[in-house]
Design a protein around this ligand. Structure first.
Ligand code: MN
Length: 258
């Protein structure tokens, strides 16, 4: 049977399961909140054009308002100043949009310490069990944060000292950018960096290092618990917004069930 026929048959028989890693888009979908004096993104919303009425008797449609970085979304290299001369979201090669994924589960550590930072040694330890990170693929960083995504307050987890959400150490961000074979990192939190990463040196190291190296970010992923540590294939479809720094994205994972 031709390869693609085999794939279609496997999806139909559920030998290959399709797992949706995407948060729904609605006005309550959590969005990042930067402190003053920085500008913020808008929440997602619909503006009705017509709904089977005098404005359009047989049709219903809306305009949408959204930030590029609203909900589950894709960070393109040009999002960060270190990647300012690199590509916008419309230039991401389509071959990068279908890629293998390694899933590293640090949900227990993140539950015990909301400021947990992934270290290079954590990844090396994982590799001794599961093999190397996938060439041209994604590192998906599971923290259990998706269980908080119904509530902006719980998701951002901020107090008087700012947000407290798990992330990646400065050294680990550099290693992922410069040495790891991955094309990017996918996270369950509102951004690829830790909540406290504004205070790191350099600040927001995941953004600075990975986007500066022409790599990508995926944020606000859900259902990573349904994926195996290795073997899943990610399909991520950001909109080709010309000049865009990112885009809301539908992310699906193909998982082979034995
Ligand atoms: Mn972003």
């Amino acid at each position: 049977m031709p390869l693609l026929d085999q794939l279609v048959a496997a999806i139909k028989s559920a030998a290959v399961e399709v797992v949706d890693l995407t948060a729904v888009l609605e006005p309550s979908t959590p969005i990042i909140q930067l402190p003053a004096p920085f500008a913020n993104t808008i929440p997602f919303s619909l503006q009705e054009i017509s709904r089977y009425d005098e404005r359009g008797p047989a049709w219903y449609w809306n305009n949408i308002s959204t930030g590029e970085h609203t909900g589950t979304h894709f960070d393109a290299p040009v999002h960060w100043i270190t990647g300012r001369d690199r590509g916008d979201v419309a230039t991401v090669p389509v071959t990068a949009l279908i890629a293998p994924a390694a899933v590293l589960d640090f949900s227990a550590q993140a539950a015990a310490n909301h400021d947990f930072l992934l270290q290079v040694d954590d990844i090396k330890q994982w590799e001794t069990v599961h093999g190397p990170l996938p060439e041209g693929g994604w590192l998906l960083y599971r923290t259990g944060w998706d269980s908080r995504s119904a509530s902006q307050r719980e998701f951002l987890n901020a107090n008087e000292t700012g947000p407290h959400t798990p992330g990646v150490s400065v050294e680990c961000a550099r290693w992922l950018a410069e040495e790891a074979p991955v094309i990017g990192i996918g996270v369950e939190t509102v951004g690829t960096d830790a909540g406290t990463a504004h205070s790191f040196d350099p600040p927001f190291p995941c953004h600075a290092a990975l986007l500066g190296a022409g790599k990508f970010g995926l944020t606000q992923l859900q259902n990573l618990a349904a994926l195996p540590p290795t073997g899943a294939v990610l399909i991520a479809g950001p909109l080709p917004i010309v000049g865009g720094s990112g885009s809301p994205v539908r992310v699906l994972a193909l998982v082979e069930r034995s």
